[in-house]
Design a binder for this molecule. Structure first.
Ligand code: UDP
Ligand code: MG
Length: 348
């Protein structure tokens, strides 16, 4: 029995890349306002890629239970220069689930993840593809070139998060890496084989290994609307990422426990020493209360951390589907046919 997985048969060479094709996965939650413009840019991009690499493209739009007209607009988009799939989830499942739905529906070899709000510049995609095809890289990820416009506290929090999640890890998750990422066919195959339901794409894409390269870029401002990731959601995502990806918080808990216990032990020794040498009782009410509260508080936090992991185990154990697809439609780009209006829509 083979306990590992061999995906070497999917490795890309410059010669076979074009035949494999590229699926672009775009998760969308209330992105109606900018969708037509984004689609236009992606069609241009597909033409450029076809011209340069003779590579076929498709887009997989994943509507993550949008409340505005995103789905209707997406369905009406023309399959101009590339195939278009529209996958509509039964409700808002969150970005990670939407990405997974896109990955599951992608039919071509390589997969590119890209936000639907215009922050990930399509112009950069040619460069990413070139790293894959010409450079032979498997995971081409992008990272914010700098964080100058973010507050000191936020940068500190981000730094702390990565320090904790990478603590003791063999494969470090690159700091600042975003979800704008291209995966080669064998990296896609590897990612699809990971069975967990609590998915943290940033971490998983790094964990699978292969040849990875970082591309720095400046995110464009959001084309419209506001980000859905406010402070609380980012905090939630961080806890989600930490607990589904690393046991560092548990280790941290044990270590803190050991530290506190040692401090208490030493403190006890010093009291005994004081009573012994001076013969006076140490007035200890305030220190007692402080000590009790510290231990009590720390214990509650640690139980919380352990609880997060038990919650994870429970949700993995229930093994519910990560998402439900309510509607699925597709339009094929018929480049070789004479009738250019040959569009086919299939509902599943
Ligand atoms: N998104 C999604 N489901 C959600 C929230 C967001 O599919 O529940 C999509 C959203 O439409 C966008 C991408 O994920 O395409 C990134 O979201 P956003 O721009 O709000 O986050 P930020 O760019 O601030 O990280
Ligand atoms: Mg955004």
């Amino acid at each position: 029995m083979m306990l590992g997985s061999d995906v070497s048969n999917l490795s890309t060479t410059a010669a076979n890349a074009a035949a494999k094709g590229l699926s672009i996965v775009v998760p969308m939650y209330n992105e109606a306002a900018g969708l037509a413009a984004l689609h236009q840019r992606l069609c241009e991009l597909a033409k450029a890629l076809r011209h340069r690499y003779a590579i076929r493209c498709e887009i997989v739009y994943v509507d993550d239970g949008s409340k505005d007209g995103t789905l209707a607009i997406a369905r009406a988009l023309p399959a101009d220069a590339l195939d278009v799939q529209v996958v509509s989830l039964s409700r808002n499942f969150g970005k990670e689930a939407a990405l997974m739905a896109g990955l599951d529906h992608a039919r071509l070899g390589a997969v590119l993840f890209m936000d639907g709000d215009g922050q990930h510049p399509p112009a950069l995609v040619e460069q990413l593809v070139s790293h894959w095809i010409d450079g032979g890289y498997d995971v081409v990820y992008t990272a914010k070139a700098h964080r100058d416009n973010e507050s000191f506290l936020r940068r500190l929090a981000v730094h702390g998060f990565y320090a904790l999640i990478n603590w003791g890890a063999r494969q470090k998750i690159p700091e600042d890496a975003g979800d704008f990422r291209l995966l080669s066919p064998r990296a896609v195959a590897a990612l699809r084989q990971l069975p967990e339901r609590n998915r943290f794409f940033k971490g998983l894409a790094s964990w699978i290994g292969f040849r990875q390269i970082r591309v720095d870029y400046e995110p464009a401002p959001r084309a419209h609307g506001v980000t859905t990731f406010n402070f609380m959601r980012l905090l939630g995502l961080s806890i989600e990422g930490l607990t589904s990806f690393s046991v560092a918080p548990l280790r941290f808990a044990s270590l803190l426990g050991v530290l506190l216990a040692s401090a208490a032990f030493l403190f006890g020794l010093s009291i005994i020493w004081e009573v012994w040498t001076t013969g006076k009782q140490v007035p200890g009410y305030p220190s007692l209360v402080v000590g009790l509260m510290t231990i009590g508080g720390v214990q509650l936090i640690m139980i919380g951390i352990v609880g997060e992991y038990i919650g994870k185990i429970l949700s993995e154990l229930k093994a519910r589907p990560i998402y439900f697809v309510a509607e699925h439609s597709e339009k094929r780009f018929e480049a070789d046919r004479d009738e250019s209006a040959g569009e086919r829509t299939a509902a599943e």
